[in-house]
Design a protein around this ligand. Structure first.
Ligand code: DHB
Ligand code: FE
Length: 280
């Protein structure tokens, strides 16, 4: 049967994708940020996930104000990088896993989550930057990806409780998939940041640190945090961090934190990164 073996949380700062694309990520200037991913890059070479269920938000690239699904699942054969206004990133096309996507869609929808099914979609930095942070610049991405797209751009984003519950439903779905594959779940976005408006630049290290501290064993408490608190404490785009709770919900009760990295600032953002192994 398929098994979820680990979860990864990571910010998806577009500038970092750009720095990798222009071959600057190994310079001394960028070391304090990228060296925090050295552990994960080595670890994932051994883990070799067959599929990553990659939870991210689109940033008005694949979707605009005419259509705002709260939770959606990609069921396409592949996903091209989106042109975000400065051309598409020069990264490989993301290969999907249609069998697994449709299995998750069926299972999760029948557990009560009415996911929007997307059969054609371009993917922006929310999805491609985490792949670059983990895998650098390969000819082809070394795993398939099932995109789970969450609206965090237009208020209201979903609640933490709903995100944990979706993660649990994804866990059930994968446990009932009869192919023997190694699945990871990644939650992306955050941590504290606001890009525009009067509070642009707000960073809240204490709040972010408490979130990372509670993610392993007190995630049900994190689930009670209302969206208004994410926005008040961590800025409008800090609400992206709620997506990490989908990853956490998918990992089962017992996890082990095996790596953490936190860096302030990069762009308007506090960068957070965590690796949790699933111990159940
Ligand atoms: C930026 C954009 C993002 O989507 C994000 O999550 C963090 C930073 C930016 O434009 O700098
Ligand atoms: Fe973002």
């Amino acid at each position: 049967m398929a098994k979820i073996t680990a979860g990864v949380g990571t910010s998806h700062v577009p500038l970092l994708g750009r720095i990798i694309d222009i071959n600057q990520s190994k310079t001394d200037d960028w070391k304090p940020i990228f060296s925090g991913y050295d552990f994960t890059r080595e670890w994932i070479k051994n883990e070799k996930p067959d599929v990553v269920v990659l939870v991210y938000n689109d940033h008005a690239n694949a979707f605009d104000m005419t259509m705002i699904p709260t939770f959606a699942i990609g069921c396409a054969e592949s996903y091209a990088p989106a042109d975000e206004g400065y051309g598409a990133r020069p990264v490989p096309v993301v290969q999907g896993d249609q069998d697994l996507s449709w299995h998750i869609a069926q299972s999760v929808i029948q557990q009560g989550f009415d996911l929007t099914i997307i059969n054609q979609m371009e993917v922006d930095h929310g999805l491609t930057v985490p792949l670059s942070m983990m895998f650098d610049q390969p000819e082809a991405w070394p795993c398939k990806v099932v995109p789970i797209m969450v609206n965090t751009v237009v208020y209201p984003a979903p609640s933490g409780e709903r995100c944990v519950a979706l993660g649990k439903a994804i866990r059930n779905a994968i446990a009932s998939y009869d192919k023997d594959i190694n699945v990871q779940v990644w939650g992306t976005g955050g941590m504290s940041h606001q890009l525009l408006g009067a509070r642009a630049g707000i960073i809240n290290r204490d709040w972010d640190t408490a979130f990372l501290d509670k993610l392993s064993n007190d995630y049900e408490e994190l689930a009670k945090i209302p969206q208004t608190e994410y926005i008040r404490e961590t800025g409008t785009e800090g609400s992206e961090t709620v997506m990490w709770l989908i990853m956490r919900g998918a990992l089962g009760e017992n996890v082990k934190e095996i790596h953490r990295h936190y860096h302030v600032p990069i762009s308007n953002t506090a960068l957070g990164h965590i690796v949790l192994s699933a111990e159940d």
